[in-house]
Design a protein around this ligand. Structure first.
Ligand code: MLT
Length: 278
């Protein structure tokens, strides 16, 4: 694990494996650990890069409770700075849900750093006024209640009915991951998401290979949205993951990593055989 100080935050970043890079950006309110089970099968051929976004996991704000709000573009700029520190010129960037909102901003601001894009269980559109208002209420309330009410409220939408019934270990993993997050990190991201702008028009400008994937039972970012993202990006592929709702890397880790592997092998071609630097 490495630590990097970037504009008011200390980012913690795990890098594992050797070969061409894949940067995984977690969703809300999670941390890098959501990708660990699905990353192991990739380590023989790829370098996986797993940051905790500022305010999440083990990343920290350097002063006080940190900023009121962190925009998706701010996270994207931080990720570009992480790539600089790691001396990685280009990477595949895989962003899940909020990570996907950040991936869209990353494309808009740092497209020259991208070898490929994976949008997981996300959407290009901004919040409705009602959804944005709900985020602002959450940002206020989390300082009163802490994060304790969040797992019970969120898990029915995050995990498929089957995962909840048959995989108590996954339910526990997600519960504990949410409970690790701080009110300040959650509030800053919620306010940032509430103000995110519309990236729909930019999808047609994406020129790097792109995979849009989602859990078949995702009701938060349903398959029809991910499919239309794949249709909007020239040449993009679409993949539905069986047995998963909003969190395929945890609910169906082997199907998820298999999809990422096939895509990354296609993107990087023969170069991965030598584990070339970037
Ligand atoms: C996530 O998983 O990152 C969230 O569902 C994103 C959101 O709340 O829009």
């Amino acid at each position: 694990m490495e630590k990097f100080q970037i504009s008011g935050s200390e980012w913690r970043v795990w890098t594992k494996g050797e070969g061409k890079p894949i940067l995984f950006v977690h969703g809300f309110p999670f941390d890098h650990s959501m990708f660990i089970p699905s990353c192991f099968p990739l380590l023989d051929r790829f370098q996986v890069i797993l940051p905790d976004l500022p305010g999440f996991g083990e990343s920290r704000f350097l002063e006080g409770i940190g900023p009121d709000k962190i925009g998706m573009a701010d996270y994207a700029d931080g990720l570009a700075a992480i790539l600089d520190r790691l001396k990685i010129e280009k990477t595949i960037l895989c962003g899940l849900s909020m990570g996907g909102y950040i991936a869209m901003q990353f494309f808009r601001r740092h497209s020259e750093r991208l070898a490929g894009l994976v949008f997981c269980d996300t959407r290009p559109t901004p919040d409705s006024p009602e959804a944005a208002a709900g985020r602002l209420r959450l940002a206020e309330s989390v300082f009163q209640t802490g994060v304790e009410p969040l797992p019970a409220r969120m898990i029915p939408n995050l995990l498929s009915e089957r995962t909840r019934r048959e995989s108590p270990g996954v339910v526990r993993f997600v519960t504990e991951m949410i409970l690790r997050q701080t009110p300040s990190g959650v509030a800053a991201a919620a306010r940032g998401m509430a103000e995110r702008d519309d990236s729909t028009e930019f999808l047609k400008e994406i020129t790097v290979p792109t995979l849009a994937l989602c859990g078949k039972e995702d009701n938060l970012s349903p398959p029809n949205i991910i499919r239309s993202m794949a249709e909007a990006v020239p040449g993009a592929e679409f993949l539905e993951i069986d047995g998963a709702a909003h969190l395929p890397p945890l609910e169906s880790p082997l199907l998820f990593s298999g999809g990422i592997r096939r895509f990354a092998e296609k993107v990087y071609g023969d170069g991965i055989a030598e584990g070339e630097g970037t």
